[in-house]
Design a protein around this ligand. Structure first.
Ligand code: ADP
Ligand code: ZN
Length: 295
């Protein structure tokens, strides 16, 4: 049976695993995200140890962004310039490939999560989906025809501009834009606006009206620009499941009947949905990337 190495490089932690299939995790290790000088050798050490025991078929990596995905560039597979300390321009794929010499698939963490949901989760059976994560940051994985949207860099849907609510005096939490989705609606923005951790706000707090409004604006843009068959909303903030009916109502109200299809007008509850893979999405998505790299 084929064994795959999967790696999630996250903003706070790294997860590496040896996986034979979606329900068959053979080994797993986690360590805190520090610097590439420390983390990349840790990843290689784990993968190489298992590769020596039983050769791995390939490796799949889901990475925090921004990353370089253009295979024609010499720095393909590295982290792009970022405000995140230590990681700007850090090569990720090259040192892992050099150490193990097997195929290495690489994509953005939201894109791999989208691929995981497409293959085994809430997007199963579909071809075109968008997966948003609403957590410490906001990003979206866009899948078209079963594959990540081919593009120049990769989508940065978390930084789309929104219309600020007139009674929202919070300045915004993005250092590049005042009124972008991430700056207005990611977990840290909620916490700074209300002075309380997002998970401590009661379900009837006005904070969730704001949150649902901003997410609904972004989803309206998504429907109009990408016209996916389904939108999946994950990330820590979306653990507030009461947001879903609020978002459904607001998306319907904003679209105002313009997108005249039963999927939206009659079945919005099956159109904008929670993920099915939970905290496994990253790992399973990286497994899809590994399997695709092998074939
Ligand atoms: P990350 O984005 O760092 O990978 P998460 O998706 O868990 O991790 O996002 C963390 C953010 O989500 C934090 O800002 C946190 O306040 C918020 N968050 C986590 N759990 C919840 C919850 N149950 N309800 C509301 N917000 C939450
Ligand atoms: Zn921004």
């Amino acid at each position: 049976m084929a064994l795959y190495g999967v790696v999630e490089t996250g903003g706070t932690k790294m997860v590496c695993a040896i996986v034979a299939g979606p329900d068959d995790i053979r080994a797993e290790v986690r360590f805190p995200t520090t610097s590439p000088e420390e983390n990349i050798p840790q990843i290689i050490a784990f993968l190489a140890k298992h590769h020596r025991k039983t050769p791995l078929t390939s490796i799949g990596i889901g990475s925090f962004g921004p990353i370089v995905l253009d295979k024609s560039l010499p720095n393909y597979g590295s982290v792009a310039p970022t405000t995140k300390p230590f990681w700007s321009n850090a090569p990720v794929v090259a040192p892992i490939k050099a150490a193990l010499d097997i195929p290495v698939g690489f994509d953005l963490d939201v894109t791999t999560a989208a691929l995981g949901e497409l293959t085994w989760g809430a997007g199963k059976g579909l071809q075109h989906i968008v997966y948003y994560t609403i957590g410490t940051g906001i990003g979206a994985g866009v899948i078209v025809n079963g594959n990540p949207l081919p593009c120049m860099l990769h989508p940065e849907a978390g930084h789309q501009r929104l219309t600020r609510l007139s009674d929202d005096s919070f300045v915004g939490n993005c250092s590049f834009h005042q009124d972008c989705l991430e700056g207005l609606a990611a977990g840290p923005a909620i916490e700074k606006r209300w002075g309380v951790k997002a998970n401590m706000l009661p379900a009837d707090h006005i904070a969730w009206e704001f949150e649902a409004e901003y997410i609904a604006q972004a989803l309206m843009n998504t429907v109009l620009f990408v016209s996916p068959q389904r939108i999946i909303l994950g990330g820590g903030v979306m653990e507030q499941l009461h947001l879903f009916p609020m978002i459904w109502r607001k998306v319907l109200a904003r679209l105002n009947g313009y997108i005249n299809t039963p999927a939206i007008l009659e079945h919005i509850g099956e159109y904008i949905v929670p993920p099915m893979l939970g905290n496994q999405a990253g790992m399973l998505g990286a497994l899809v990337v590994a399997m695709r790299a092998a074939s």
